[in-house]
Design a protein around this ligand. Structure first.
Ligand SMILES: NC(=O)c1ccc[n+]([C@@H]2O[C@H](COP(=O)([O-])OP(=O)(O)OC[C@H]3O[C@@H](n4cnc5c(N)ncnc54)[C@H](O)[C@@H]3O)[C@@H](O)[C@H]2O)c1
Length: 252
């Protein structure tokens, strides 16, 4: 990565997963408008279409597909054309706040496939390119649920703790090769994320705690600006950090 303008992304190629909505949408918008070539990917083809229409004139390539499929991962990396400077792993799903004794195998598996395994797969796919160039920035999305047990159900909480572990492992392993890996841990954010509770017991436990401790919800752009800052040269000395963007919730 050449160290020129700290917020300009001219000549940089970024992959953003979950570009169709919320934090991924906002991250794609900021990166593309700052000059990056963005490979925008999401399972929702119609929302990707809306994104590219909105960003007409900017360098955005949309790839629709399920990020848990290796085929989609390969398509995304091929679209980058041999150089990836930034990987923002934003796609994720909630779990209905199902506690351990209520979570079904399918929910557990899907949450882990999207929130954790896909993050590993995209990381694994871009690492050879980043190593070749001796630089790169990977930004994962953790959550307040990566810090505590009172925000999501068993699967979501475990998956976001796993994102922290994966982030720290890659930061440690590839830092010496010029590749930084960090995560943003958002508090509540106004997005399309399905926050519905599917467990009465889950609601009875988390509801009062959330009401008492949660900061007011943020806008997706506020989280995206943190993602983009971590991806930029302005954060060149930051590696392995789990950066809360939660209005102070993590202090409670
Ligand atoms: N919204 C919040 O309050 C909040 C809080 C903490 C963390 N997060 C995390 O932020 C990230 C982004 O979520 P958001 O709030 O912007 O939600 P969102 O639902 O608005 O956006 C997530 C996007 O990911 C896409 N996606 C889901 N599964 C996919 C798959 N299998 N393949 C490809 N794309 C897929 C969805 O279609 C959607 O467009 C997630 O990792 C989420 O866990 C959100």
């Amino acid at each position: 990565m050449t160290h020129t303008n700290s917020h300009g992304f001219d000549g940089r190629t970024a992959i953003v997963t979950g570009s169709g909505s919320g934090i991924g949408w906002a991250s794609t918008q900021i990166l593309a408008r700052a000059g990056a070539t963005v490979i925008a990917t999401d399972i929702a083809e119609d929302r990707l279409q809306a994104l590219t229409t909105d960003l007409a004139g900017f360098d955005v390539k949309a790839i629709a597909g399920d990020i848990t499929s290796e085929e989609t991962v390969q398509q995304i990396v091929s679209a980058a054309g041999g150089k990836v400077d930034i990987l923002a792993n934003v796609a994720g799903i909630m779990d209905g706040v199902l506690p351990a004794d209520e979570v079904d195998d399918a929910t557990w598996q899907r949450v882990f496939d999207i929130n954790v395994t896909a993050v590993l797969r995209t990381t694994r796919a871009v690492l050879p390119l980043m190593r070749e160039h001796g630089s790169g920035s990977i930004v994962n999305i953790a959550s307040e649920a990566a810090f505590r047990g009172s925000v999501g159900g068993a699967a979501y909480t475990a998956s976001k703790h796993a994102v922290v572990g994966l982030t720290k492992s890659s930061a440690f392993m590839y830092g010496p090769q010029g590749i930084r890996t960090n995560a943003v841990a958002p508090g509540a954010v106004l997005t399309g994320l399905d926050m519905s509770w599917k467990s009465e017991y889950g609601v009875s436990r988390t509801g009062p705690v959330l009401q008492a401790t949660m900061s007011p919800p943020a806008e997706a752009e506020q989280i995206a600006s943190t993602v983009v800052w971590l991806a930029s040269d302005a954060a060149a000395n930051i590696n392995g950090v789990i950066l809360a963007s939660d209005g102070g919730w993590s202090t409670v």
